[in-house]
Design a protein around this ligand. Sequence first.
Ligand SMILES: C[S@@+](CC[C@H](N)C(=O)[O-])C[C@H]1O[C@@H](n2cnc3c(N)ncnc32)[C@H](O)[C@@H]1O
Length: 296
Amino acid sequence: MNNYYELKISINPEMEEIISDICFSNLSCEGVVLAEETYKDLVMTATTEGTLRVFLTDIEENPIEILKTERELLKSRGFSDEELGSWDVTLDEKENQDWSKKWKEKWTVTHVTDKIAVVPSWLSYTPQNGEITITLDPGCAFGTGTHQTTQLCMKALEKYLKSGDTIADIGTGSGILAILAKKLGAASAYGCDIDETVIDVARENAGVNGVDCTFELNTADKITEKYDFVCANILHNVLFEIMGDLKNIMKDKGILSLSGILNEKKDVVLEAIKREDLKIIDTLNQDQWISFVVTK
Ligand SMILES: C[S@@+](CC[C@H](N)C(=O)[O-])C[C@H]1O[C@@H](n2cnc3c(N)ncnc32)[C@H](O)[C@@H]1O
């Protein structure tokens, strides 16, 4: 059986989603795990470092060089060294009888609320008392259900989505929010993303969960339809840029759930909410993350 390779990257945990995306898009990456125990007990600030463990099936192209180039690209887009973290990298070849189990052993059922559980595809789980379960393969795209920003949107969906609503999920990743919306009774669920690699993953995930969702490569500014519920779990600086587009796809009495916001970056998003004359009806918090639920 083939050996596998493990990259360990020292990151600012705030960058987890971006670096994971880079690994999935540019490397032979089968899975990533943020070694939460490394930073769980630390105060999470922009300078805090966590370790992202990235599991690779081969290293034909030099992953360390690729990461260096991608880091430079992010710096040229305005990210500072402090925001990025050091990205110190170690690469180990691991002997292996059953390497695919190695990164999977960390994953268990995630109870997002009393009513919602996310179950890794290789585990069997019996839902308790009418619980909604979402089955996902955590390896393939952002949106495993374990990240606080995803959970904040899931909580907003549980609280504010009405049966029969139409929803749009901008930055859908694994499709987890659109899938949940359908399971909560949405009439239709649309998800789009700028990363073409996630679209098939999201479609597959909807299929595995037995729900009918539409996923495509798209951005909010190109959408002409209006929705009862819009969710966007994307980095604060992207939310700042696209807030007007998100507003445009909300129905008059529509709801917009905004997540992906570190407490220390919330002012950026609040400024865009004000700029677009949106009204905050709820604020949800989890650890160092904050999310806003807004209406027109
Ligand atoms: C943090 S992930 C969220 C995934 C999933 N919705 C969740 O809540 O877990 C953000 C996703 O937004 C996508 N994205 C980033 N900028 C975007 C934009 N301007 N329009 C649409 N998608 C975008 C990324 O490719 C990524 O898949």
